[in-house]
Design a binder for this molecule. Structure first.
Ligand code: ADP
Ligand code: MG
Length: 254
């Protein structure tokens, strides 16, 4: 059974999508079967693995409102071991439409259940909010990966995120764990960065990944070519970092 890992932090721009795309591709490149689930209406994960949002048919929106099965919308990417459940802009409406559904928090979990046996890892790229869609991801997940940008106010909002995690654990998903906290956009030349790293380690003892993701321009360029960094510039420091993170996660779960 594949492990389901939600990549979540309600702050925007902290590296959720960059991590979802590049970590999934890196694990796929190491011979595992990986499914990437895009539930952000912006669809940057889908375009980041070369899936054109305008051309695709049904999306995770149709799955969440019960109009399609996840198996039906699942797409192979051109990258080794990597499949995608694409998002679309309509997903923004799901947040409201789902409110009246029965077991509205557990829809994603039920939708992913039939696919679970076919993958080693399933990564869910969450939108930048703590609404019903993110709650669905937390209910569906075995664990949570939290990217944190090395900047001022890095810890801001984390107590709300952890409150959501506690609530989900209490009400729906007792087994939910923290896979790890990932420091992103790391710049070792800045004193601030080291302060942030220390604060984050204090806040999440023993949960911070040994691998940190450096700030790397190539990581921000790759999405416009629809390619994970592994296939765009594999000798870049960003590619090395995501490959190291992939190994760290495989080791933690061995
Ligand atoms: P989120 O999904 O949390 O909103 P993104 O992954 O989209 O965040 O990242 C926000 C922006 O920062 C994007 O433009 C992305 O290309 C850029 N970015 C993310 N990680 C890095 C990094 N390690 N180095 C340089 N740019 C990065
Ligand atoms: Mg994103």
């Amino acid at each position: 059974m594949g492990k389901i890992i939600a990549v979540a932090n309600q702050k925007g721009g902290v590296g959720k999508t960059t991590t979802s795309v590049n970590l999934s591709a890196a694990i796929g490149a190491k011979g595992k079967k990986v499914l990437l689930v895009d539930i952000d209406p912006q669809g940057n994960t889908s375009s980041g693995v070369g899936i054109d949002r305008r051309k695709q048919g049904k999306t995770m929106y149709d799955v969440l409102i019960g109009e399609a099965k996840a198996e039906e919308i699942c797409l192979h990417t051109e990258f080794q071991g990597l499949d995608l459940l694409p998002s679309g802009m309509e997903l923004a409406a799901a947040e409201i439409e789902l409110v009246d559904f029965d077991h509205r928090e557990a829809i994603l979990r039920a939708a992913l259940a039939p696919l679970r046996g076919q993958y080693d890892y399933i990564f869910i790229d969450c939108p930048p909010s703590l609404g019903l869609i993110t709650t669905n991801a937390l209910c569906a997940a075995d664990s949570l990966l939290v990217p944190i940008q090395c900047e001022y106010y890095a810890l801001e909002g984390l107590s709300q995120l952890m409150n959501s995690v506690r609530r989900v654990k209490r009400q729906y998903n007792e087994q939910l764990e923290i896979e790890g906290v990932l420091l992103t956009m790391y710049d070792g030349r800045l004193n601030l960065t080291q302060q942030v790293v220390n604060e984050v380690k204090k806040y999440f003892p023993r949960k911070v990944f040994a691998t940190v993701i450096p700030r790397a321009v190539r990581l921000s360029e790759a999405p416009s070519f629809g390619k994970p960094i592994e296939y765009f510039d594999r000798n870049n420091k960003g590619a090395y970092a995501y490959s190291a993170l992939a190994e760290e996660i495989l080791r933690l779960n061995a």
